[in-house]
Design a protein around this ligand. Structure first.
Ligand code: 13P
Length: 393
């Protein structure tokens, strides 16, 4: 099953009144548990990687695993950067394979939130990647007790939300209507009237952060009023930790694999409970039909050099690899030299774009224009360049 376009996935959920879970993963146990739950209940799923967790794992390594698991899954999957803090982190996430981005500047004054979010949406749109912004402030720390949250809730208003979406161009909006990240004491009071008003004003898929601790009825009322994506982590973390505590009490001298035994299944059971409760269970087939596969483009150039030596050509390509791989939407830049001396073309570039939209934005990107005009085209008059859409797995 290919990774699928997240805009189509969330629009399907919004139109059909269910919510897709965006489950934050922090290890391979979480990844496997989340994917196996989605497969058991034939649910679309969002693998979510939160920037606030990057101290706990290597983002690049876990992204590679998430992408591989998504490609092998039998259900539609999307991969999301959660709580991205800057333009740089959004570019890094896209170039590592995220096909949806959250930019979170909700703790900043409105004008600064709008300015950063707009920068991210402009960059991401040129890569074909949808963006979630957040307006209003959802306090708390995922995985922690909610009373440790820094700051108070700031509620989203419908008027500000309309202006924010108009000025930033976000595809999905995370709203603050009473949830907090992390473990809450007592039942949160949700302002459903406020949510209804925001939904009527915007008519785009809405997102709830701080899913842990809400009642079944609260989830249903959120979904009835436009919530199509629910971010969820603390309850998964607590299920994993509870499993480990029980392993330790059964066997206090057990090694790592004994202490973590069963974590994957505990995470999976809680994920499955959410998928059934939020109505995404059973929607995998419909989402596959309603979405486009997320398939990359290979930008292939074969060329000969005329005025420089082979070793100078290799130096020029090494410089190009460093410059071009930092451009938004570029997955990799590979270069090669023909094995046979008499090959019709001696050298090649293989530049992988995340999406066909990058064909234009890459061509016009100032770093690409400078490299191509100053270092590449003057020495490589004899060349062929073709963009190939790659088949999805
Ligand atoms: P909880 O940890 O409260 O479930 O919230 C998760 C979240 O919102 C991640 O973005």
């Amino acid at each position: 099953m290919p990774i699928v376009d997240i805009k189509g996935m969330l629009q399907h959920a919004y139109d059909n009144r269910y919510a897709v879970g965006a489950f934050d993963l922090v290890s391979l146990d979480f990844l496997e548990g989340i994917i196996s739950a989605a497969e058991r209940c034939q649910s679309p799923v969002i693998l979510s990687l939160a920037e606030s967790h990057f101290d706990h794992y290597n983002f690049k390594l876990l992204m590679a695993a998430a992408e591989s698991a998504a490609q092998d899954a039998t259900v539609p999957v999307a991969i999301f950067l959660d709580h991205g803090a800057s333009l740089n982190s959004a570019v890094q996430a896209i170039n590592l394979g995220c096909n949806g981005i959250m930019v979170d500047a909700s703790h900043q004054p409105l004008s600064e939130n709008i300015a950063l979010t707009r920068q991210v949406t402009e960059m991401a749109r040129a890569c074909g990647v949808p963006v979630e912004g957040e307006l209003g402030y959802v306090p708390g720390v995922e995985g922690e007790d909610a009373e440790r949250h820094p700051g108070e809730i700031t509620y989203t208003t419908a008027t500000e939300a309309s202006e924010y979406v108009r000025q930033t161009g976000v595809d999905f909006l995370a709203v603050s209507i009473g949830t907090v990240h992390g473990r809450m004491k007592g039942e949160p009071q949700l302002d459903i009237d406020r949510l209804r008003e925001i939904n009527q004003a915007l008519n785009i898929p809405l997102v709830i952060h701080g899913g842990t601790g809400l009642s079944d009825d609260q989830f249903h009322r959120l979904i009835e009023n436009g919530v199509a994506k629910i971010n969820y982590y603390t309850a998964l973390s607590d299920a994993a930790a509870q499993q480990m505590r029980s392993n330790i009490s059964d066997d206090s001298s057990g090694g790592y694999t004994r202490l973590t035994a069963g974590v994957r299944d505990s995470v999976s059971a809680e994920t499955e409970r959410c998928m059934r409760l939020w109505g995404s269970a059973g929607q995998a087939g419909a989402v596959t039909r309603a979405t486009h596969p997320w398939s990359p483009v290979e930008h292939l150039i074969v060329f000969n050099v005329d005025t420089i030596s082979d070793s100078e050509a290799e130096e020029m390509m090494a410089r190009g690899r460093r410059i071009l791989r930092a451009i938004p939407g570029v997955r990799h830049v590979l270069t090669g030299k023909a094995i046979k001396e008499d090959a019709k073309y001696r050298f090649c570039w293989l530049v992988r774009f995340v999406h066909p939209a990058v064909i234009d934005s890459y061509r016009d990107h100032p770093e690409h224009v400078r490299f191509a005009d100053e270092l590449f085209r003057p020495v490589a008059g004899d060349r062929i360049s073709i963009d190939y859409q790659l088949g999805s797995k």
